[in-house]
Design a protein around this ligand. Structure first.
Ligand code: HEM
Ligand code: FES
Length: 770
C-alpha cells in the first residue's frame, strides 16, 4: 500500500480546508469491510461521493456504474498501463532474484496502450471467437466430470481445493496448447505465483515469490521452445507462434514468452474465484439454486447474474494521462484510478434492487466484471463456458448440496481478485440421484457460447383481475404463478408479455410498494397488431402468460430539482408511477395528462385522488389542450421533463424543448415498425470497428448486432426492435439507414449514433467506435 500525498492544492481549496472527506480518508481496501464485501463497503461513496481521493491508497476511487464504464470506455485518457502494477512495491532483493532468472515479463494486452495493443489483440484473438471455443467444450466437460467423480460419494468437500482451483488451471493450459507432460510443472509454479501475487508479502516472502516467478518464467520459455519446434497443434500459443511468422513486428519473441506466462494467470484465478463466488451465492440463496435444479435452462442467466452480483474481479486500475474529469470531478494528469467494477455492478442507478439475486434480471449482462471496451476480457466466453458446465454438473448430480453451516469465509486481502479461499459443502451421498438412476451422471446440457440471450428468460404469471379503467382501457393485475412475489421495480419500468407469437411491452403502473404483483393498463387500439386486441378479448382471471422483465430504460434522474411529467393517453402508465414516486419522496413536480376526453383517460381518478393540484388535465373535447410551447418556453435549470404518449406529442415536446439543455427531455415510445429482414431487399455491408481494429461483414439477412456478436464483440441489447436505445453505438463514418424510434430527427441527421439491432448502412461500409 502506498501512501500518496493529498493531490489537492490546499491554498486554492482555502476556506473549506482539505476537501478529502472523513469517509474518503478512512477508506481502506485492505480492511475487513472491503474484504468482506467490496460493493457494500463503498455504498456510502455511490450515494454521497462517487469519485473520491483515497490518501491511504494514493488512488482516486470511482464507484458508480456510469463513471466506471466511462473510464473503461476511454483507454487513451485512462491508460491501462498500471493494471498489473503491484500495489505493494517490490523489494530490491526480490528484483535481483528475478534478474537472476532473466525475468523479462513484457506488457501483455491487458496493460498495453495504443497503438501497440489493438494490432496485437487483432492478431491474437481468433482462438477466442465463439466458433473456435466450441472445440473446447468436450475437454472442459471431461475435466469437470473427472473432478466431481472424485468426491461425489464423499458427502463433504472443499469445492475450491477439490475442483474449482485446478479445473480452470488445467483448462487454461489446454486452451494455451501446453503439452500434457508439462502441465504438472506449470501448475505447480502457477499456483505458487498466483497465491502470492495479489497478497501483501513481507520482504522475505517476496524473495521466495520471486524465486518461483523466476522459475515459472524460465519454464514457460522451455515449453515455448518445445512448441516452436512443431507449432501445428491446437491452442493459443501454437496459434500465436504461427501468427508471429506473418506478423513478426507485432508479435515478438519476448511477447510470446510473456503471453505464455500471463495467459495462465489471466485465465486461472479469475475463473476459479468466479466459480467459487457463484456457487456460494447460489447456495446462500437456496430458492434460486433450486430453481436452477428444476430448470437448467436458467444456467447461462445464473452465470451472468452471479458475475454481476459477486464477480471475481472487484476493482481494476487505470492511469490518467491528461487533466480530465470523472463524474464531474476534476482529476489531474498522472493520477491513478481504482475503478470499483463490483460497486458499479451493484449501482441501483443501473440495476434495480441490485443486492438481490434475480435469474431473470434483464440487464444482468451489462455487468462490468469483464471490464468494457477495447480491453474487455478476451477469455470471457471460455470463462462463461466453464461456469455453465460447473453449474450443470453440480446442480444435476448434487442438487441436495448445501453449504456447511457456520463456516467462516476468508479472502486473500487485496483490492481486485476476489473469491473465498475455501468453500465447504455437504450432502447425503445416499440421496445422490445417480444412485437411483446412473444415467443422470451421463447427461449433458448444451452450453451457450457467449452472453445469454436477453430474450430468453420468461416467468409464468397468472392474471389476478381484469378491470375496466376507462373507455377501451383495461387494468390487469398479474401475479407469479408459483406464488412467489414478483421482483421489485422502479418507476418507468416495463415488462414484456408474450401473447402467443406476439411480444408486447407494457409499462408498470401500480404502486412499486405493492407486494409482489404487477399492474398494467392496456388500451384497445383499433390499429392493434394483435397485442391489445388479444389482451382485451382473451384475458380472464386465471389466464397464464409469459412475462419478461421488468426492465427500465426510462429511469427518473433522482437529482432533478423539479419534474415536468407529461402523459398522452395510455402513456399515463409509466408517468403515474413516476408521479407517485416523486410525491412519495417529497420532490417537486407537475403532472400534465392529455387526452381526447376524460372518459377515455385511464387512471384519471387515481391521478385526481393522489396528485390534487399538481395535476393538470388537458382534453381536446374541453378545449384545454396542452400549450406545449408555453409550458416549455423558459428552460429552468435542474428541471427534467419526462413524457410518454403518441409520437406527435413526443415530437412536439422535442421541438419545443430544443432550446433546453440536451438531457432535459426523456421520452418513452411505445411503438415500432420493425420488419423482418428480407435479403431480397437488403444489401450486405462491412462494419469497421475503429477501437478493436476489426472488420465485420453483415449479411443481407443479418442485423449489425448479430454480426458483432458472432465476432465476439458484445453489444448490450434489450428490445431488439429499435425501441429502447440499449444497443446504441457511436458512428464515426458512413451514412446510416436509421430504422429505430429512439433517435430524434436531429440526431439522425447528425449521423453519429446508430441502433445496431435494426439500423443498417446505406452504402458498402460504415465505421463504428467499438
Ligand atoms: C482481460 C476479467 C477469465 C483472458 C480482463 C479484464 C478483466 C478480466 C476485468 C480487463 C478488462 C479491461 O481492462 O477492460 C476476467 C474474469 C474472468 C476472466 C472476471 C473469469 C470469470 C479469463 C480467461 C481468459 C482471460 C478464462 C483466457 C482464456 C484475458 C485476456 C485479457 C483479459 C487475454 C486482456 C484483453 C485485452 O486487454 O485486450 N479479464 N477474466 N480472462 N482477460 Fe479475462
Ligand atoms: Fe432496443 Fe436496439 S436493443 S433499440
Amino acid at each position: 500500500m502506498s501512501t500518496g500525498s493529498c493531490p489537492v492544492d490546499h491554498a486554492a481549496a482555502a476556506a473549506g480546508g482539505c476537501p478529502v472527506s472523513p469517509r474518503a480518508s478512512a477508506f481502506d481496501p485492505f480492511g475487513p469491510a472491503y474484504q468482506a464485501d467490496p460493493p457494500a463497503a463503498v455504498r456510502w461513496s455511490r450515494d454521497e461521493e462517487p469519485v473520491f481521493y483515497s490518501p491511504r491508497l494514493g488512488y482516486w476511487v470511482v464507484t458508480r456504474y456510469d463513471d466506471v464504464k466511462a473510464v473503461f470506455r476511454d483507454n487513451t485518457t485512462f491508460s491501462p498501463s498500471i493494471a498489473l502494477e503491484k500495489i505493494t512495491p517490490v523489494s530490491a532483493e526480490a528484483t535481483a532474484t528475478l534478474a537472476k532468472y532473466g525475468y523479462a515479463m513484457d506488457r501483455t494486452l491487458v496493460n498495453e496502450d495504443e497503438p501497440e495493443h489493438m494490432p496485437r489483440r487483432r492478431v491474437l484473438m481468433h482462438p477466442f471467437t465463439p466458433e473456435q471455443l466450441v472445440h473446447h467444450e468436450p475437454m472442459v466437460r471431461r475435466l469437470t466430470r473427472e473432478y466431481v467423480d472424485r468426491f461425489v460419494d464423499a458427502g463433504k468437500a472443499d469445492l475450491v481445493d477439490e475442483m474449482l482451483w485446478e479445473v480452470p488451471l488445467t483448462v487454461a493450459l489446454h486452451f494455451l496448447g501446453v503439452p500434457e507432460e508439462d502441465m504438472a510443472t506449470l501448475r505447480e509454479y502457477s499456483i505458487a505465483h498466483t497465491v502470492n501475487t495479489w497478497g501483501r508479502p513481507s520482504p522475505e516472502e517476496q524473495v521466495a515469490v520471486a524465486e518461483n516467478v523466476g522459475k515459472f518464467w524460465q519454464y514457460a520459455g522451455t515449453v515455448l521452445d518445445k512448441l516452436r519446434q512443431d507449432p501445428s497443434g491446437h491452442g493459443w500459443i501454437p496459434y500465436s507462434i504461427r501468427a508471429q511468422r506473418e506478423h513478426p513486428d507485432v508479435i515478438t519473441d519476448s511477447y510470446l514468452h510473456s503471453i505464455m506466462m500471463a495467459g495462465i494467470v489471466a485465465a486461472h484465478e479469475t475463473t476459479a474465484n468466479a466459480a467459487a463466488n457463484a456457487i456460494k451465492l447460489l447456495l446462500e440463496n437456496r430458492s434460486v439454486w433450486e430453481e436452477i435444479c428444476a430448470d437448467p435452462g436458467l444456467i447461462p442467466h445464473a452465470v451472468e447474474e452471479c458475475l454481476r452480483h459477486s464477480g471475481s474481479v472487484a476493482a481494476w486500475r487505470r492511469l490518467v494521462t491528461r487533466d480530465t474529469t470523472v463524474g464531474g470531478v476534476p482529476i489531474p494528469r498522472g493520477a491513478k484510478l481504482l475503478i470499483v467494477n463490483s460497486s458499479a455492478n451493484r449501482d441501483e442507478r443501473h440495476f434495480d434492487h441490485p443486492d438481490e439475486v434475480d435469474l431473470r434480471r434483464d440487464n444482468a449482462t451489462d455487468h462490468l466484471t469483464f471490464g468494457y471496451g477495447s480491453h474487455q476480457c478476451l477469455g470471457k466466453n471460455l470463462a462463461r463456458m466453464e461456469l455453465q458446465i460447473f453449474l450443470d454438473e453440480l446442480t444435476r448430480r448434487l442438487p441436495h448440496l448445501e453449504l456447511v453451516p457456520d463456516q467462516e469465509f476468508t479472502y486473500v486481502p487485496n483490492t481486485s481478485f476476489r473469491g473465498p479461499e475455501h468453500l465447504w459443502v455437504q450432502w447425503d451421498p445416499a440421496a445422490n440421484p445417480e444412485r437411483a438412476d446412473p444415467s443422470i451422471a451421463e447427461l449433458r446440457r448444451p452450453v451457450r457460447i457467449g452472453e445469454p440471450s436477453k430474450r430468453g428468460v420468461a416467468r409464468t404469471v397468472t392474471v389476478v383481475s381484469v378491470e375496466r379503467a376507462a373507455e377501451d382501457v383495461v387494468e390487469v393485475t398479474l401475479a407469479a404463478t408459483d406464488g412467489k412475489p414478483l421482483p421489485k421495480w422502479s418507476p418507468g419500468a416495463h415488462v414484456d408479455l408474450q401473447l402467443g407469437e406476439l411480444s408486447r411491452q407494457y409499462s408498470l403502473c401500480g404502486d412499486p410498494a405493492e407486494a409482489g404483483t404487477y399492474r398494467i393498463a392496456v388500451l384497445k387500439d383499433p390499429d392493434s397488431r394483435g397485442g391489445s386486441r388479444y389482451m382485451h378479448e382473451n384475458l380472464r382471471p386465471g389466464t397464464t402468460l409469459s412475462l419478461r422483465g421488468p426492465r427500465n430504460h426510462f429511469r427518473l434522474d433522482p437529482t432533478a430539482r423539479h419534474y415536468v411529467l407529461v402523459a398522452g393517453g395510455i402513456g399515463i402508465t409509466p408517468i403515474i408511477a413516476m408521479a407517485d414516486h416523486v410525491k412519495a419522496v417529497g420532490g417537486s413536480y407537475e403532472l400534465h395528462y392529455c387526452g381526447r376526453d376524460t372518459t377515455a383517460m385511464a387512471l384519471l381518478d387515481r391521478c385526481r385522488r393522489d396528485h390534487g393540484d399538481r395535476l393538470h388535465v388537458h382534453t381536446s373535447a374541453d378545449g384545454t389542450r396542452l400549450d406545449i410551447a408555453a409550458l416549455l418556453a423558459n428552460p429552468a435549470e435542474g428541471t427534467q421533463i419526462y413524457a410518454c404518449g403518441p409520437e406527435r406529442l413526443l415530437d412536439a415536446l422535442a421541438e419545443a424543448s430544443a432550446h433546453w439543455p440536451d438531457d432535459a427531455l426523456h421520452v418513452e415510445h411505445f411503438t415500432t415498425t420493425q420488419q423482418v429482414l428480407d435479403p431480397a431487399v437488403e444489401h450486405a455491408f462491412d462494419v469497421d470497428l475503429a477501437d478493436s481494429g476489426l472488420t465485420v461483414r453483415v449479411a443481407a439477412d443479418q442485423t449489425v448486432l448479430a454480426a458483432l456478436r458472432a465476432a465476439g464483440v458484445d453489444v448490450p441489447s434489450d428490445c431488439e426492435e429499435g425501441l429502447c436505445g440499449t444497443c446504441e453505438v457511436p458512428v464515426l463514418d458512413g451514412e446510416v439507414d436509421h430504422r429505430d424510434v429512439v433517435l430524434t430527427k436531429a440526431e439522425r441527421a447528425a449521423g453519429t449514433r446508430m441502433m445496431t439491432c435494426c439500423s443498417r448502412a446505406c452504402g458498402d461500409r460504415i465505421t463504428l467506435r467499438l
